[in-house]
Design a protein around this ligand. Structure first.
Ligand code: FE2
Ligand code: FE2
Length: 257
């Protein structure tokens, strides 16, 4: 068994959160890895990410993160990511890693993701250049996630995003906002590659638990949803279903699009 601690949407201002530093310092007794699902700042300023880094200063777990849309607000997303990396947080943006945890190999793929909506109510690459840009960015985020999962080994595979891959964890949000909260393009790779757990944030008024159409558990760990410095999810070894051996590019969806 391995234990994944995760949270997103902490939206730090210029001060650390009371008690969080102690929580993350003690987390090694409860979890094996700590994931942050983006929106760690309010307006993407360096002093805000510094508040976050102060709170995780004494955490001794491997830490991985994706950026959220708020980290882009001030145009300093690259410097924010660099600061996080300098303090031991591995920032994933279309990357994957494999780490050894309690005798298991844990594969983690991460990307911010994007909006775009869900089947039956999504943007499409048609018409004005702005709409094509919006819809194609969502599709390309899904493609990059698939590429980062292709070849990823692991007894367990976890995907970390900021935007949601499914509608299920958005329930509670206004339906009109769904196209700005996630994209079905992020869900297809989860099912195709047999991911064990998908973590996201961004949907402050959503719900914690959901599942993809292929049965992959999805958890929305936005702080306003879980109302705690982290939530811990345990992954147990299980018999894996056979995963299709053809490449991602040859999925039926891709062939017809
Ligand atoms: Fe947020
Ligand atoms: Fe967000």
């Amino acid at each position: 068994m391995i234990r994944i601690a995760a949270v997103g949407d902490l939206h730090y201002g210029t001060r650390p959160n009371p008690g969080f530093q102690e929580s993350y310092a003690a987390l090694i007794q409860e979890a094996d890895v700590l994931l942050f699902a983006g929106d760690l700042t309010r307006t993407g300023r360096l002093e805000e990410i510094a508040s976050f880094l102060e709170d995780i200063r004494y955490c001794r777990l491997p830490i991985f993160a994706v950026l959220g849309n708020h980290e882009y607000q001030s145009g300093q997303e690259r410097r924010i990511a660099d600061q996080m990396e300098d303090h031991g947080v591995r920032v994933l943006e279309g990357h994957s890693v494999e780490i050894q945890v309690r005798g298991f190999c844990l594969g983690i793929a991460g990307i911010k993701g994007f909006g775009g909506g869900f089947l039956g109510a999504c943007g499409c690459e048609f018409g004005e250049p702005e709409m094509k840009l919006f819809a194609s960015h969502a599709r390309k985020q899904g493609k990059r996630l698939a590429e980062s999962l292709e070849g990823l080994k692991g007894d367990f595979k976890v995907v970390l995003t900021h935007f949601s891959p499914i509608e299920g964890t958005l329930q509670g949000e206004k339906r009109e906002l769904f196209p700005f909260l996630g994209s079905y393009h992020l869900a297809e790779p989860l099912d195709f590659f047999g991911v064990d757990l998908a973590i996201h944030g961004h949907a402050h008024r959503g719900q914690e638990q959901g599942v993809t159409s292929g049965g992959v558990p999805v958890r929305n760990v936005a702080y306003p949803v879980i109302r705690a410095p982290y939530r811990v999810y345990s992954l147990e070894p299980k018999a894996r279903p056979m995963i299709k051996k053809n490449s991602w590019a040859r999925t039926p969806e891709s062939i017809t699009s």
